[in-house]
Design a protein. Structure first.
Length: 94
């Protein structure tokens, strides 16, 4: 299984260190293992400030307020059901 990470830092309140990045990678790996996920995955993480997350929340959720976390699915799934083939969701550019 290949797990890729894209990490962007758009804030200056705290340092985004290699140690923090490694902690995120380990947490993701443990979570995927605990959930029995054994296919390629991608994580995109952006550190931002209240102004930045408020703008994202307004743009994507039509809510003009800051929040702690925003998460977006890569594609739509039916709750409780896996697609017939994960191959159909592979990005041809990867």
């Amino acid at each position: 299984m290949n797990v890729s990470f894209e990490i962007a830092n758009e804030q200056d309140k705290f340092p985004v260190t290699e140690e923090l990045t490694e902690l995120l990678r380990r947490a993701a790996a443990e979570t995927l293992d605990a959930e029995g996920i054994d296919f390629d995955c991608e994580f995109s993480i952006t550190y931002t400030d209240n102004e930045g997350i408020r703008a994202l929340n307004r743009e994507y959720r039509n809510k003009d307020s800051a929040t702690d976390v925003l998460s977006f699915p890569m594609f739509e799934l039916t709750p409780g059901k896996l697609p017939a083939s994960w191959e159909s969701y592979k990005d041809p550019d990867t």
